[in-house]
Design a protein around this ligand. Structure first.
Ligand SMILES: Cc1ncc(COP(=O)(O)O)c(C=O)c1O
Length: 403
């Protein structure tokens, strides 16, 4: 028999003990149940499990003890009634949307979305007879106009990838609810520690656990969090029958990642704030976006919703694509990678990678110019990071001066 030991505490404690479900062996680290199926004592127990008369794990596509421990810890951390884990962040976004929507429905989404989320809204949904409207993230009047019509679902990301635009969560949630919509927030950039969308009226929160939650570049994972009734009646049948399940091994790795999440996010945020200030003082950088800096266009709103500026800094290198490429190519410590939220610092050039497929026109609307670089700040010594950025700046500046 498995003994339950759930301890609801403050976030740093929840990250270590939340949802603990120790077996009679008394293991310190969570047990890893690497099993696809489960056996029954007799045919009567199997029948009772399938009718729902008794609770028993059936099949890891829709229930596994290690995955369930991750789900319980995530729910406690988020302050959500329930959670379901998925194989990737995109599986979480897809499941949250497709489990809720029907042909003929209407979606209002922030224009500033991660590329694959943009594809689901603008390419997949219309194929299924679901219409959509994109709205500029920070334009409350545009949200008001878009949500003047009956709508079933609102999808947004705040801060957004890569321009770190902020959506006013409470204002948009109020408009969405009046229009009949649920609000789904992709909270990847903020992490569950810096922003809790449910407290600002959101109904569902999704994560790519691949990012800060693992935080060490090892596994893919995702999570959908919300009210118990929606998770059990709307999301769970979709997950059970379509199979975007998280593997128990990855769930275990993510449980280990959660144990150090607050330490990692706090340290990375402190470094990001320092690097943002450093970059803003450099002549080869024409602009820096970081929510905790007073010059961020939505600084006051960001600080109402978030407890720190986050682990990402976006900036524009003078000299367009050539300047940005010279900058990235001169780095020796900071890796060029489109991943983020890792212990290793990484840069990406969104116009030619993560946001290449949305097209030049859409990029221009989002402010993603050819000089924009997104920096995911890791845990290296900040002085070494500044030395490396200096190398990049010198390369960008040197050639620019020579041209
Ligand atoms: C904001 C955002 N949402 C969703 C995803 C998708 O997550 P995954 O790669 O785990 O599918 C990503 C990154 O890839 C992201 O940056």
């Amino acid at each position: 028999m498995i003994m339950s030991n759930t301890v609801p505490h403050r976030p740093a404690t929840v990250l270590i003990h939340g949802g603990e479900d120790r077996t009679p062996y008394g293991e310190t680290s969570e047990a890893m149940f690497l099993t696809s199926g489960f056996v029954y004592d007799d045919a009567e127990q199997a029948e009772a499990t399938f009718t729902g008369a008794v609770t028993h794990y059936q099949y890891s596509r829709f229930g596994n003890p290690t995955v369930a421990a991750f789900e319980r810890r995530m729910a406690l951390l988020e302050g959500a009634e329930a959670c379901r884990a998925t194989a990737t962040g995109m599986a979480a976004v897809n499941a949250a949307m497709l489990s809720h929507l029907r042909a003929g429905d209407r979606v209002v989404a922030s224009r500033a979305l991660f590329g694959s989320c943009h594809w689901i809204v603008s390419t997949l949904l219309p194929r299924l007879g679901i219409s959509y409207v994109f709205v500029d993230a920070g334009d409350l009047q545009a949200w008001r106009v878009a949500l003047a019509e009956p709508t079933q679902l609102v999808l947004l990301e705040t801060p957004s990838n890569p321009m770190l635009e902020i959506v006013d969560l409470q204002a948009v949630a109020d408009l969405a609810h009046a229009a009949g919509a649920i609000v789904v927030v992709d909270n990847v950039f903020a992490t569950p520690l810096l922003q809790r969308p449910l407290a600002f009226g959101a109904d569902v929160v999704v994560y790519s656990a691949t990012k800060h939650i693992d935080g060490q570049g090892r596994v893919l994972g995702g999570a959908v969090l919300g009210g118990k009734a929606w998770i059990e009646d709307t999301l769970q049948p979709f997950i059970r029958n379509t199979g975007p399940a998280l593997s128990p091994f990855n769930a275990w790795t993510l449980l280990k990642g959660l144990e150090t999440l607050s330490l990692r996010v706090e340290a990375a945020c402190a470094r990001a704030a320092r690097l943002a200030d450093f970059l803003a003082s450099q002549s080869a950088i024409s602009r820096v976006w970081y929510p905790a800096r007073a010059d961020h266009p939505q600084h006051a709103l960001a600080m109402r919703q978030m407890t720190a500026g986050g682990t990402l800094v976006t900036f524009e290198v003078a000299g367009g694509k050539a300047g940005a490429f010279r900058f990235c190519n001169a780095l020796r410590l900071i890796a060029i990678s489109n991943n983020l939220g890792d212990a290793r610092s990484m840069v990406t050039h969104p116009a030619t990678t993560t946001h290449m497929r949305i097209g030049a026109e859409e990029r221009a609307r989002l402010g993603i110019t050819d000089g924009v670089v997104r920096l995911s700040v890791g845990l290296e010594d900040p002085a070494d990071l500044i030395d490396d950025l200096t190398r990049g700046l010198q390369a960008a500046h040197y050639r620019q001066a020579a041209e």
